[in-house]
Design a protein around this ligand. Structure first.
Ligand code: ZN
Length: 114
């Protein structure tokens, strides 16, 4: 299950952060989910209790933020929103675009208890 692996990676990142700050628990974590990341928020929420059980992140409140997909156009230089199945420039309709944001899962901020 993909989402469980994603959660386990998040737990790993949180455990490292807690270690660095000598925290005893993770209170809250804000996770940004890109529209193109391929991760479903509801599946993450379901996998989270299993992945974090027995770790420093157990019981942490996960807060999700959706990150819209934005592409940059190689022809006209515009940066415009796009749909995951339609990576077109919003200004000139070119296919010559690259994803600027919205393709990743990012641990944006963390609240630790020390
Ligand atoms: Zn363009």
């Amino acid at each position: 299950m993909h989402e469980l692996a994603v959660c386990q990676a998040l737990v790993g990142q949180l455990a490292d952060l807690a270690d660095q700050h000598q925290a005893r628990a993770v209170v809250r974590a804000v996770v940004q989910i890109g529209a193109l990341s391929g991760v479903e928020q509801t599946l993450l929420e379901h996998a989270w209790p299993f992945a974090s059980s027995g770790t420093v992140a157990e019981g942490a409140y996960l807060q999700f933020e959706a990150v819209p997909l934005v592409v940059a156009c190689a022809l006209c230089g515009a940066q415009t929103p796009a749909l995951p199945n339609r990576l077109l420039c919003g200004r000139c309709n070119s296919w010559h675009t690259r994803v600027v944001s919205g393709d990743a899962l990012i641990l944006a901020s963390v609240e630790l208890a020390t």
